[in-house]
Each structure stands twice: as C-alpha cells, then as structure tokens.
Design a protein around this ligand. Sequence first.
Ligand SMILES: Nc1ncnc2c1ncn2[C@@H]1O[C@H](COP(=O)(O)OP(=O)(O)OP(=O)(O)O)[C@@H](O)[C@H]1O
Ligand SMILES: [Mg+2]
Length: 498
Amino acid sequence: MSKIYTSFEDEKLIDSVLQKDKGLMCSDKLPKWTVLRLALAQSLKSSAEFYEENQDQPEAGGKEYNLRQVTGKGQENDFTDLFCTLLSVYHRENLFADDNRFRTLLQKHIRRGLRDMRTSWKDSHDFHEYLYQELFTDSDYQKSIIMNLREKIVSAINEIGVSGNIEDQLDGPRITRFLISLSDVNDLDRLRKGLEKLSFLLGLQKQGIFLQSTNQERVAGLDIPRSQDSWYQINGNNLREWVLHTPHNMILPAWPGVDVLGKPFIFDITEAPHILVGGTTGSGKSICLHTLLLSLLLSQSSDQLKICLIDPKHVEFTPYAALPHHMYGKVITSSEEALRILTQLVNEMEERESILASNKVRDIIEGEIKGVIELPRIVVFVEELADIFIQSRAIETPLARLAQKGRAAGIHLILSTQRPDAETFSGLLRSNIPSRIALTVQKSSESKIILDEVGAERLSGKGDMLIKISGSNIIRVHGVKIKQNDIEECISKFRRNE
Ligand SMILES: Nc1ncnc2c1ncn2[C@@H]1O[C@H](COP(=O)(O)OP(=O)(O)OP(=O)(O)O)[C@@H](O)[C@H]1O
Ligand SMILES: [Mg+2]
C-alpha cells in the first residue's frame, strides 16, 4: 500500500497551481507531484500540533500517486531517505523501521500542506511570491535574527548587572524563550527589576519581555518578542484541526489560540463562566470574539447551543445572520433591541431556575447528569460594551442579573470593550465576571482593570493576549487570525446541514 491519496479538493488546487498564469506554469508543464512535494515542505514548516486523519483509499474525485513519483523511490533522484529522515526528526520516531507508518505520515503532511495552500493562496495571487513568503522568508532569516539576539541578550543582561549564560532557546510563534542559568540567586531579582531596561537595550519599544520560571534549577526563562516578519501565524486551519480533537469532557470548548511556545490552549466557557475581553483599538478583540464563536459553532449543533449576538457597530456579527443558532432569530444591532432581548433572557433564566428547582437539581449540569434536564446552552456575545452603555445605561441591569445567576441556568456572557475603565466595567459586572481576556492596552492601569494585574501594556498587539480563566493562573496566548473566509466556510456548513 505504498500510495499517496489525494481528495477532489486537493486535485482542484493542484490543477490551479500548475495551470493558472499566476501559478507554476512554465514552458514545460510540471508534473503534479511537484505540488505534492511543495505541500510537504509547507506542512513541515508548520509548528501547529499535528493531528492525524487516516485515509487509505482514494476518495471520489481524488487521485493516487506512487512513491516513485512523490519521493522518486527507485529513480535517479531518489529522495525517499531524505524525506524519511525529515519526518523521523519531525515526529521523533524511527520511520526507517516502518515503511507503512512513513507512508501514512507522508500522506498526512502532504494533505495538510495542500489544505494550508488551499486556504492561504488565492489563484489571483502569484504562486511564486506566495511560496517565497511561506517557505523561505522566515527560515534562515529567523535564524540570523535569533543568533543576533543571543549576542545582544548576553551583553544586555550583563549591562543590568546579571551574569548568566544562555543554556538553550525555545522558539514559539512570536517569541523566543531564552533559558538563562543564573549563578547568583540574587540575579533573579535583578532580572525581574531590570526587564524594562532590557527591553530598552534591545530596542523593543513598548513590547515587553516576560520573565518565566522554569522547572530547571537556577534557570530563568526570558520570553523575548521577535520582529513581526518572523512570526508564525495561527490561522483558521489550525482552529479547525484543534476542534476535531476537543476533549470529550468539554461542554462549551473555546480555543482562543496557542501559548507562547505554540501549544493550543483550550478552556471550557461553562467554567469561565462569563468573560470580559478588553483591549485598545486594533488590538484584536473582534478577531478574538470570532475565534471563540467559531470554536463553539464548529463543535456544537444548533440544538445544543443558542447564541445572542449584540453588535451596535453593525459590522462584526453581520456575516452570522443566516445561522440557525440565534436565540431570538437574528443579530441584535440597536440598544433598544438589546435591552429587550436581555430582559427576555433574564426571564428565560428565571424560567430555567424554576425548572431546576422543580427537578431538585442545583444547575443544568447536574440536571443533565441525572437525565432530567435537556436545555441548550446560551452564549451572549457583546461587541463593544462601552458603545452600548452610551446608548442605554439601562442595559447594565439585565447584564448584571445574567452575570450573577446565569451560570446555573446555562447562560454565559462574553463582553468586549475598547474602554477598559471603571465606568464601563463597573463593580457589579466586575464581581460577577471572573474570567478576563486582556489584549494589548495603552496603560498598565487598564491592564489592572481587566486582569487585576499589570502586564497587558507590554504585549505585542495583533491578538497577543493574557487570559485569566476563573481560578487559574494567567496565561499568555497568541490568538488565531480568523479571516472572513473562515467564517463563511463555517456558516456554509450549517446551510448544507440544516
Ligand atoms: N490573532 C491575530 N493574529 C494576527 N493579526 C491579528 C490577530 N488579531 C488581530 N489581528 C490584526 O489586528 C487587526 C485588528 O483586529 P480587530 O479588528 O480584532 O481589533 P479590535 O480590537 O476589535 O479593534 P477595534 O477596537 O477597533 O474594533 C486585524 O485586522 C488584524 O490585522
Ligand atoms: Mg473590534
């Protein structure tokens, strides 16, 4: 079974890469497997977690390729051993000992690479340019940036009076963590106090360095932000893959992004159970809300989940209008409607409370476990809380009621605001919304309002965030960059299914 199988969608992509003016077309038509090799390279560059889906037969409209074509097996230019080495290193297993496993992984990489190309390359764009950007720009370039950085860091930490050696480094999508062994324990304090100076010495402007503890003796981790052209982007493909592998115990799974070393981060909205998302304009709040919403839509049917989308700007949530999940049939765009709908939701909550009481259960989860209650969860998303409050302060009352008592009834709030100040995030909401997501803010005082801690003023922008889920430690996450086509793809699935 030494074949590589592709799907109909893969073949369509391969054809457009080879045939379109902006593709690889040249005087001699290139064979199709050229694209498979490029897809392999594309996939090997990905630091996203590798999820496997088995395909051991051709799909309708797909094709099969021999290893002779794909790796050149038995040919003059035989790259089989080279490919096998690359995959063995990537997966940390000896694939030379298992031909079948090698073929399976090779196919999975090729198909993942093709899928990435399908969503990130448009056939109106130059494919050579795309390849250059995707495959080459940040490999050697990134290495040279990091080598330079290493030298600079050693001299910068010396300058603030710390004598340490760089033991190792771990590259994440946006930061590199330098593991520094400290001979004098007092150096840890100097390092902590000198972070701002270090940032200045390294020319990082507002972006900060974060100090991390490690599990090694006398070793501290310095998370140093890299320049933007070396970032690895987390996109909708990553989110779709993660969702396929959501742990079964999650009720309302949310995948906002990856931690600083690239590991996907997940939390359960029912445990949050309400979230405030704050950050300055352009910091990535809306994209974060889209990511949370898509995480839910990709994993929940409209029987399990109802949503209330409140969007006074009339922009962000409009694409979701056709979904079957709306609790009240549509996206809410005016403050009068928002007030009416939220008051209705408070009534819904009270009705649910009496159902819970008559079934002698504490909350919807206990009701489900006992098999006496089956109600959809309701998640309310509010885009720009401050705007809504300007239009109608009265909205605060039902929001606060829902925040106080919604959890038991399966109602959860996700509120975003550009203005993280005491007026918008008032005491009543504050004390009942224990989970917070802080994107980049201007001032440390705003970070304190969102998180009760400073730090968000030192983030790198564009979806970089600090997440505090009720009762857990703060974790830094780089968000998924959801694009319009990811939203459309998700919505079209519901059109097909329902
Ligand atoms: N996770 C991300 N990865 C990369 N870029 C991102 C990410 N999130 C946001 N961005 C970039 O930041 C821009 C602004 O994002 P977004 O519209 O979500 O910000 P916002 O905080 O909602 O702004 P506003 O307050 O003006 O509504 C996006 O257009 C995108 O270019
Ligand atoms: Mg926005």
